[in-house]
Structures are given as structure tokens and as C-alpha cells.
Design a protein around this ligand. Sequence first.
Ligand code: NAI
Ligand code: MG
Length: 365
Amino acid sequence: TNPSLLILPGDGIGPEVMAEVRKIIDWFGAKRGIVFDVSEDLVGGAAYDLHGTPLHDDTMAKAQAADAVLLGAVGGPKYDVLDFSVKPERGLLRLRKEMDLFSNLRPAQCFDALADFSSLKKDVVAGLDIMIVRELTSGVYFGEPRGIFKEGNERVGINTQRYTESEIARVARSAFELAMRRDKKLCSMEKANVMESGILWREVVTEVGKDYPEVELSHMYADAGAMQLTRWPKQFDVIVTDNLFGDLLSDLAAMLTGSLGMLPSASLGAPMANGRPKALYEPVHGSAPDIAGQGKANPIACILSFAMALRYSFDQGEEAARLEAAIEKVLADGARTADLMGPDGGTPVSTSGMGDAILAALDAS
Ligand code: NAI
Ligand code: MG
């Protein structure tokens, strides 16, 4: 049987960029014999419109059973008035929570043709290819106690940074596994100088590292890490860090290389019976209501998310590289969606124009 892929296009530009991914998936089936059992369902506002909930239980069950889930984006102004419990975002949060996706992979990869686009000097970013692994389900965003409490005659806002050994160990393990498939270099970032959770983090990561003697492990305080990421990002291969620091550092690292329209992500959980990790792949961007329905969206972030699925869920690293090379070729040939252009950049290609150009480059590969 073929591996299964559940596609959830969602709202706004989600369905537009996903239509281009569908073309790419079909190409891999027809030309490379990599066939998926693809099914499609609703999430976010689209699901709310039909079912009155941003994620139907049937869809949740399909996601749990799928070998990988590929999501477009959720949300839009139409849904801003809804109660928090049925907001489109809740559909995505439910997926992440119930699939227990604790390891968030955010690559920062520079396509040479876009190196001029970075706010950093070209030689700092050209050829950059690093991966940030952010712990996604614990830490200060979830720790108890939390809330705004009365203390004497004023209020106090409280969040608690809390990590158990097993929570640290499982995300560390996923980062080491990733490092083994890459340049075998892992840098762990925390604030062991001022935080107890940071001391424990460093201890546990070091302990897990004993199972990966081939991986060169280093530790860095997260604030120093932010400096090093902007000074000379190419010193890193894989970085592993907690939820809060990972939120900041992954946004920073992502922007080293340009547009939101270029950024993929993966969220991984524990291995399933077949050995594959539970996995959700999605572009970093949202539903972009300002350009939805106009054929302006850049489909590359979503296409690169599919490339990550090929690599991390389906062991098709060479085919993922083929797809990334096709994208590099199209960019080198000058094709640009509007988000990749300066104010006087010329005529942009449309969403489907970009998808077709990538297909043509794949055909020539
Ligand atoms: P956004 O990422 O949707 O858009 C930010 C800016 O980047 C906009 O100007 C947009 O046109 C542009 N942009 C984003 N993706 C692009 C692409 N592929 N090609 C070209 N330009 C692109 O973030 P925003 O505007 O803050 O949120 C819009 C809606 O999306 C909200 O409802 C928000 O809640 C939701 N959202 C959903 C996310 C998700 O589904 N994971 C993540 C972030 C926001
Ligand atoms: Mg963020």
C-alpha cells in the first residue's frame, strides 16, 4: 500500500498554494513512481463554515491515522468575531496538541538567487542551510501556575517555565536524529546561567548525546546564540532549544533569508507503529487575506513543506533535494512572485505560474 498523505488546504491563500503542491505531488507520482494515497479535508474557517467547528472529529481521526499531514493556512477577517473556542486557529492547535507534536523544525535556508534579498551581507547568508528545532508543547507557554493574580494592592502576571526530563529528552533525541541526517553538528541553547530549567536542559541534552557519539554537541546561552546567528549563521547546522527561545530564534533565523513566502516548517511527534514520526507539515505564513484570491501568493513555502515531508516522513531525501534544486533553478532563472520583488522589480509571476515553472524545472531535472 502507498503511504498516506492528508491534505488540509484551509483558508485564504491556503487552497491557492496547495493547488500548486497537488501538481507537484502528481508529478512525483507520474514521473518518479512515488505515489501517495492522498485525501483532502477541511480545517479552520472552511471547516467552521460547514461543520460549526474548525476541526471535525472525523478529520482529527484521519490526521491521527495519516502517515503525514500537509496544511495550508487558517484564519481570516471573516472569523475574527467568532468565539475563541471555535476560532480557525483552534483547529490547528487541536491538531498539534492531540498529535502531540513536540518537535518543531524550522529551516533557514538561503537560495543563492535570493541572497540579495537578505538584510545581511550576501556572503553571510549565501549557501546558508541550518535547522532550528524548537520544543513546542511545554515550557513557559504552558507551565502552571499561570494567570493574573492579586498580590497585596496590585496585580501580578505569572507564567512558569517548567520542563520535565522526559520532555527535554524527547526533543533532544529528535534533534540528534536530525543532526545524524545532516552535518552531525548540534548546538543546544538555553540560559543555564540564570534558569534552573536551563541547567536541567543542558544536563539532559548532554546525557542523550551519549547515544550519538558521532554528533558534535555544543552548548550556548540563548542570548549569545541570537548574536551568533546574526553574526555568522553558517557556524551552525542544527540548533535545539526550548519553546520560548525557539519562538524568537526561529523567527530571527528565518528572516536571515528573505520572504515569509519561502519558509516551510515541520512539527514532529513520537514514532508511530510503522516507525514514522507523527508529522504535520505547513508553511510558516498565514492565510494572507490581503492577497487571497488574486493569484499573487508565493507557493514555494508550501512546496518546500512537501519537500520536508518527502525527506522526514518518507525517506526520500534525494527526491526532496531534486525538488529544492528545481526551485533554486526557477529562482536563478529570474521567476519571482510579487513578495520576492522590490518596488521596481518588473512583472511578477502568478501563483500558478510559479508552480508551472517548478514543474518544468522538474521535467528538465
Ligand atoms: P500572514 O502570514 O497571513 O501575512 C503576513 C504578510 O505576508 C501579508 O502581507 C501577506 O500578504 C504576506 N504573505 C504571507 N504569505 C505569503 C505568501 N505565501 N506569498 C506572498 N505573500 C505572503 O500573517 P497575518 O496577516 O498576520 O495573518 C493573516 C491571517 O492568518 C490571520 O487570520 C492569522 O490568524 C492567520 N495566521 C495563520 C497561521 C497559520 O495558519 N499557521 C500563521 C499566521 C497567521
Ligand atoms: Mg513566532
